[in-house]
Design a protein around this ligand. Structure first.
Ligand code: SME
Length: 178
């Protein structure tokens, strides 16, 4: 298990004036380059849309298309539980209690978690035995965790500081729209 510090670094990708097109483009290069190309396109894709479900669905789809993650999606806090939201990937657990699994721990601590090997994370909730590593980023609005973004990989040790930094920037930007 590896717990990385939130870099507290706000990206400026949201300031880019980027027009939405029908497809995502320039999704090649290093991981960092892909994030730098993708995030302004997500901002354009969402535009002025206020519907949270629609926006989470498109964010999940865009991340899946860019990185072909095994599973990517949202859980939202409802009645003191995390409840499954829009996602891309195999079917998943519907409800997660506070403090349980990687998602519930990220919620409890209001802190992102990078897990290099899910089998080494105490209490990891295995929605799929194919998932090997995971990153969870809390969505924080008005100092409260209102949900999490969860990304799973079928490869061990798949996520690093680059994912943490860019996904944190994405979640900070998106949380303000919730
Ligand atoms: N593995 C997560 C549960 C959610 S699924 O991976 C989609 C956890 O331990 O919280």
């Amino acid at each position: 298990m590896k717990k990385l510090q939130n870099p507290h670094k706000k990206g400026n990708f949201a300031n880019t004036n980027y027009k939405m097109s029908e497809t995502l483009s320039h999704l090649n290069g290093t991981k960092s380059e892909i994030y730098q190309s993708l995030l302004p396109q997500i901002v354009a894709l969402i535009g002025d849309e206020q519907d949270a479900v629609a926006n989470m669905a498109n964010i999940s789809a865009a991340l899946k298309e860019a990185f072909n993650f095994f599973w990517v999606g949202f859980y939202l806090v409802k009645n003191d539980e995390l409840v499954l939201g829009p996602f891309q990937g195999p079917i998943a657990c519907t409800r997660i209690q506070k403090g349980k699994g990687v998602c519930g721990t990220a919620w409890l601590n209001a802190e992102a978690i990078v897990v290099a090997d899910v089998d080494a994370f105490p209490g990891h909730i295995a929605c799929s035995s194919l998932s090997k590593s995971e990153i969870v980023i809390p969505l924080i609005k008005n100092n409260l965790v209102v949900g999490v973004l969860d990304v799973d990989s079928e490869h061990l040790n798949h996520f690093d500081h680059t994912d943490l930094e860019h996904l944190t920037n994405l979640c900070q930007w998106f949380s303000e729209k919730l």
